[in-house]
Design a protein around this ligand. Structure first.
Ligand code: ADP
Ligand code: MG
Ligand code: MG
Length: 208
């Protein structure tokens, strides 16, 4: 079970395709409690990444670093710097090794979460992508410590992220644009939590 630069690049191309496919859904979720651009923002950044991946960096970390710099420079809004920081921390966590295992993936997810929290200061329950990523990291780590491979670690992360995203429906937003709505943000799925679950589900579907 290995995860090389080429397989990470392939997985990121799949992420781009899935987010573009779900662009309208993410925009609609963001229209309900934000400014309606979340799908557009991410799709723009991931399309830019797709074209840069014509030339694949030499390590998995290099691919993650390219994703980070591309998202930071093209996405904007709240999600750009947050996703950018997540990928940058993940890249630093995996380093320049040629392939990563389940343990390294779980550690990279932990680093990504720490980066998002350091940058955005959201706590669990604030109705953000942190509510998808936090349970995902816990699930990934519990599978990794029992020797789980990349595919198993990512499958557990995706499953937990989907449940975490769903749990944002009953939350009142305390960070980002949705927090301007106060109590009226309740009853809606957070777009960033939804996109986080989509990204992890896609990565899980690509892992072997
Ligand atoms: P913007 O709100 O600038 O239009 P997007 O619509 O692209 O940006 O992204 C909105 C998403 O960003 C939210 O659904 C939420 O998940 C996430 N978000 C916003 N602020 C924060 C924060 N401080 N910490 C973590 N996630 C956040
Ligand atoms: Mg928005
Ligand atoms: Mg915006």
């Amino acid at each position: 079970m290995e995860c090389t630069a080429e397989s990470v690049a392939e997985a990121m191309r799949a992420v781009a395709a899935v987010v573009v496919e779900h662009r309208e859904e993410l925009n609609r979720l963001d229209r309900e409690i934000g400014d309606g651009d979340h799908g557009e923002n991410l799709a723009r950044g991931l399309r830019a990444l797709e074209s840069k991946l014509d030339e694949v960096p030499s390590s998995p970390g290099g691919v993650l670093r390219l994703a980070a710099t591309t998202l930071i420079s093209t996405v904007g809004g709240a999600a750009g710097p947050l996703y950018g920081t997540a990928f940058l921390r993940a890249a630093t966590s995996v380093g320049d090794v040629a392939s990563v295992d389940g343990e390294a993936v779980a550690a990279a997810l932990r680093a990504a979460l720490d980066g998002v929290v350091a940058r955005g200061k959201a706590a669990l329950g604030d109705k953000t992508m942190v509510d998808a990523l936090t349970p995902a990291v816990a699930a990934a780590e519990s599978v990794a410590v029992t020797g789980g491979g990349v595919a198993e670690v990512l499958a557990a992360a995706a499953e937990a992220a989907e449940m975490g995203a769903d749990s944002t429906v009953r939350m009142v937003a305390r960070k980002g644009r949705a927090s301007y709505l106060g109590e009226r943000s309740e009853g809606h799925l957070d777009p960033g939590a939804r996109s986080t679950a989509l990204v992890l589900r896609t990565l899980a579907g690509r892992a072997r």
